[in-house]
Ligand binder design. Structure first.
Ligand code: SF4
Length: 305
């Protein structure tokens, strides 16, 4: 795989990139190195997802190496050469570029609109040479493998029953999640939602809680937008944005997703029921007024208008 040097970072790309891809990747790197927000646009079919994945993971590896080199240099300086300044150890140790402002290696949060889009992104990741620790977040509805819980009609009922079983430790799939050796085994391959369910069935452990556990040690976490944009959902999934790099793939969908999250449907039936209630209230008021000897005139038409 060609290794491309961009902005001081070596990017492993599956093929020789086109000039527009190089330009895109160098802009992604610039945002990461300067710790600024970026809004990047590129026509359909120009391999944005691949560029985003390769660049972000290459930058993360570069940062990890830089931080390790800096720590070694600091230790060596302190122990052996107390009179030498850190900068005298050269660029690798003192960094010299803007990545020096990062003290820890950030997790990457990769958000897309739907799980099927995320599955495509994960399959693109498999085509690269990068093998980060991956976690994909999903709902109980998608991940539960308990036959009794799965057949509940509503999402609400599933959550309720699952919580009950977890609290009483009566879900054997949940009890197996704490099995450390299996967790280690499943932390290495790049698993999407369907792989998680398959592995859960094979090893007899809950894919939902497994994905939550994998999140702690993951280098890159995949999730749909709504997990990230809704504060309640972020809390429920234990997502902490502090110190993370957040990527919104196909970000033109974000506005619509926010609109949908904050909206509800008002059906003709809801409106008709509302009007019925108003009519009833007005009738009651008219009766009460007549009993008090007042003359009040209401009509359904005036209420409806
Ligand atoms: S712990 Fe997992 S497998 Fe068990 S009921 Fe809950 S979601 Fe389903």
């Amino acid at each position: 795989m060609p290794k491309i040097a961009l902005n001081g970072v070596t990017v492993d790309f599956p093929f020789q990139p086109y000039p527009c891809q190089e330009e895109y990747m160098s802009k992604v790197l610039e945002c990461l190195q300067k710790k600024v927000n970026g809004l990047l646009e590129s026509p359909t079919g120009t391999g944005k997802t691949l560029c985003l994945l390769c660049t972000t993971l290459a930058w993360r590896e570069h940062l990890r190496d830089t931080i390790s080199a800096r720590k070694i240099a600091e230790r060596a300086q302190g122990e052996l050469f107390p009179d030498r300044t850190l900068s005298s150890w050269g660029l690798a140790a003192s960094d010299g570029d803007t990545t020096a402002c990062y003290m820890d290696i950030p997790k990457i949060i990769y958000a897309s609109r739907t799980h099927s889009q995320l599955t495509q992104v994960i399959s693109e990741l498999r085509n690269t040479s990068y093998r980060p620790r991956v976690c994909v977040l999903g709902s109980r509805e998608q991940l539960c493998i308990h036959p009794e819980v799965k057949k509940q009609e509503s999402n609400h009922m599933q959550i309720h029953l699952c919580r009950k079983k977890v609290a009483s430790r009566s879900c054997r799939f949940y009890n197996n999640v704490e099995e450390k050796s299996l967790q280690q085994e499943l932390a290495t391959p790049i698993l999407d939602i369907e792989d998680l369910v398959r592995s859960g069935n094979k090893h007899g452990l809950c894919p939902y809680y497994l994905s939550r556990n994998l999140k702690q040690q993951a280098d890159i976490i995949f999730m749909p937008y709504n997990y990230l944009l809704d504060a309640k959902s972020r809390r429920a999934h234990g997502i902490d944005l502090k110190g993370t790099v957040v990527i919104f793939d196909e970000a033109h969908n974000v506005e619509k997703m926010c609109e949908e999250t904050a909206s509800f449907d008002l059906t003709p039936h809801d409106l008709a029921s509302g009007l019925d209630v108003i009519d009833q209230v007005l009738e009651e008021q008219t009766k009460a007024a007549q009993q008090d000897g007042l003359h009040v005139e209401f009509s359904a038409d005036s209420a409806n208008s």
